[in-house]
Design a protein around this ligand. Structure first.
Ligand code: ADP
Ligand code: MG
Length: 615
């Protein structure tokens, strides 16, 4: 009998282990940025090519490494950060497991350049965990680590990487988290030789505004509670900034970004009564406590941690948020301002039915909040049911359209309404506008009450969808092309959208250096207003960015529909009202907005008669 067990060679063992730590370019970004922070850097530059598939490089001005350390740092379990097991309970650095560089060296080609103050620089090239070159190099300060051709030696894993826009988004996410935690460090981020972001050092609040956008400038409330056990500090967005989509939520425990559905819940509880149940408040909260009370070593990428006493933390977070909101006397926003009649409308009072809510909660996006290690979860948005199925059933197209399931206000009994529309365009001429927001349209069996903004969103959404599937919207060429300057993050986003935008009538050209030339716009955008239109569009688009279940195209459609729609409160001419009503009823799915809000509600003669005792 021959023996069959053998020890794996180091480089293979490393490759296997690397699977836990380095799953995609963004994982390397996180590890390399954290090493730079641990090295005491005050300025850190991230350079990425091809969404990290070709290159992820981090250059820092930290303390650097000696020649021996430079060689050793790629060994598994090589770390300068802990020495004994009890150090594990007093961790003050981001790293400590000594695995990141070993993992990176196992699955990519790596070039390290580093110098310790007063010493000579060292340059090392590594491939397949083996040093292929080591030489002295003239190097001023700090460390540069470049990871090239990730997974060049593990093609199967390379094939698992997502498209460049998706990988880039993950990178931005990791970059944001590290940059958010360390406002005292200056960061820069370059992608494909284009400077995407430059963050000067500043206060926490300045950093938040740099990363989340200036629209938060007057919309943040500071949180600050100190106890012997722990401190909590940071900011929460005012209730009116709560969004349906998630994305602007950050928790840091001893400066480490963590994910915790449990603590998120605590914050949401702190907002109780101030925000709609299906919206998420924005927050950047730092919890600082004795490292002995947390175990950060429960997960290879350390994004999940265990608190010694979770309940205390929960209660503390909740009351700190409550306290902060009360201090600034932020009162319930919805309760007093809205006319009770309007408040009763489904669109306002219950945008989701219970079943819809449940199916949304079963969606991958929702459940991913509860899943482990989600930063590197494979994006499964393609498996999702069609967005349409989340929301109210559509009316069947055709002459016999029946509008069931579009519920009315609570004035009437909850009976499903059936209205048969005799013609496709039931006397659109008879339409009347009410309080600059609603259109009243008589139909054979009663009347429809149409919400003008919701209706127009639906109309535009369908018009734009058609444009993307071939019937491009005509472009009005500008005689004097305007230029548009954008921030680095917007540049990346806009570049990705150029082709789709063209179909929608926006003809833009990237000019480098965060500049675009506007060659043409849709015919109904006034000249002189092009820049505004595009900026507004980007702003809308951003609100969708965390929504994984939508493609960029879908987000763009929704953004454009909502941005260009006629708003509530706008007086319309009779001609406009008639056109709006007619176009709505000609839609394929006239009953709801793309986001599932009703576009109209129906009133039947018989029901009305009953109400007035004449039924
Ligand atoms: P860990 O961060 O868990 O210690 P790593 O594999 O990330 O493990 O790094 C190994 C060691 O290499 C670190 O402990 C540190 O001593 C050294 N090192 C890594 N990156 C840098 C850097 N940018 N500057 C200085 N030293 C570094
Ligand atoms: Mg590290």
């Amino acid at each position: 009998m021959t023996d069959t067990i053998h020890l794996l060679p180091d480089h293979i063992a490393n490759q296997i282990a690397a699977g836990e730590v380095i799953q995609r370019p963004a994982s390397a970004v996180k590890e390399l940025l954290e090493n730079a922070v641990d090295a005491g850097a005050t300025a850190v530059e991230l350079i990425v090519n091809e969404a990290g598939k070709a290159l992820v490089q981090v250059v820092d001005n930290g303390r650097g490494m000696s020649e021996t350390d430079a060689r050793l740092c790629f060994e598994r379990h090589a770390t300068s950060k802990i020495k004994e097991i009890r150090d594990l309970f007093q961790i003050s650095t981001m790293g400590f497991r000594g695995e990141a560089l070993a993992s990176i060296a196992a699955v990519a080609q790596v070039e390290l350049k580093t110098v310790r103050e007063g010493g000579t620089g060292t340059r090392i090239l590594i491939e397949n965990s083996r040093v292929v070159l080591q030489e002295p190099v003239a190097w001023q300060q700090g460390t540069s680590i470049a990871m090239k051709n990730l997974f060049f030696n593990v093609p199967a894993r390379r094939n698992f990487l997502k498209s460049n826009p998706v990988e880039l988004r993950h990178i931005l996410e990791e970059f944001n988290r590290v940059a958010m935690a360390f406002p005292e460090i200056a960061f820069a981020f370059t992608h494909n030789n284009m400077l995407m972001m430059r963050l000067d050092k500043g206060s926490r609040k300045q950093r938040i505004l740099q990363l989340l956008g200036n629209n938060y400038a007057s919309k943040l409330t500071s949180v600050n509670e100190q106890t012997d056990y722990m401190n909590i500090s940071g900011f929460v967005g005012k209730p009116e900034m709560a969004k349906k989509s998630r994305g602007d939520q950050y928790f840091f425990v001893n400066n480490r970004f963590i994910k915790s559905a449990y603590l998120h819940h605590a914050v949401v509880q702190g907002f109780e009564g101030l925000i709609a149940p299906d919206t998420h408040p924005a927050y950047v909260l730092h919890i600082d406590l004795d490292p002995a009370h947390v175990d950060i070593n429960v997960h290879p990428t350390k994004q999940e941690i265990k608190f010694e006493d979770e309940k205390i933390i929960y209660a503390f977070v909740k009351s700190a948020v409550k306290h902060a909101l009360a201090q600034f006397s932020i009162s319930p926003p919805l309760d007093f301002e809205l006319d009770p009649q309007i408040q009763q409308l489904d669109a306002v009072s219950k945008p989701f039915t219970e079943t819809q809510k449940q199916s949304a909660e079963r969606s991958a996006m929702f459940s991913s909040f509860a899943q482990k290690n989600q930063a590197h979860l494979i994006d499964r948005s393609s498996d999702l049911p069609e967005w349409k199925s989340f929301f109210s059933p559509a009316a069947t197209p055709g002459d016999q359209a029946s509008f069931t399931d579009i519920k009315r206000g609570t004035t009437f009994a909850e009976v499903p309404v059936q209205i048969n529309i005799p013609h496709r365009y039931p006397d659109a001429e008879q339409v009347i506008q009410l309080i600059n927001t609603y259109l009243l349209l008589p139909v054979e069996e009663g009347f429809l009450l149409i919400h003008q903004q919701n209706a127009h969103e639906r109309i535009l959404y369908e018009r734009f969808s058609k444009a993307l599937s071939g019937k491009a919207i005509p472009v009005q060429q500008s005689l004097f092309p305007a230029t548009l300057e954008t921030g680095p993050a917007d540049t990346a986003m806009l570049t990705e959208l150029l082709t789709d935008l063209r179909f929608l009538g926006f003809h833009l050209e990237a000019f480098g250096n965060n500049t675009f030339i506007i060659h043409g716009t849709p015919a109904d955008v006034f000249s002189g207003n092009e820049k505004n239109a595009i900026e507004e569009l980007l702003e809308q688009f951003k609100q969708f960015t965390p929504e994984l279940r939508y493609s960029n195209r879908e987000k763009l459609l929704r953004s454009m529909a909502s941005q260009q729609s006629i708003k509530s409160g706008k007086a319309l001419t009779h001609k406009e009202c008639a056109a709006l009503a007619a176009e709505l009823l000609a839609c394929e799915t006239p009953g709801t907005t793309p986001n599932g809000k009703p576009t109209f509600t129906t009133f039947r003669k018989e029901e009305l008669n009953k109400t007035f005792g004449r039924g």
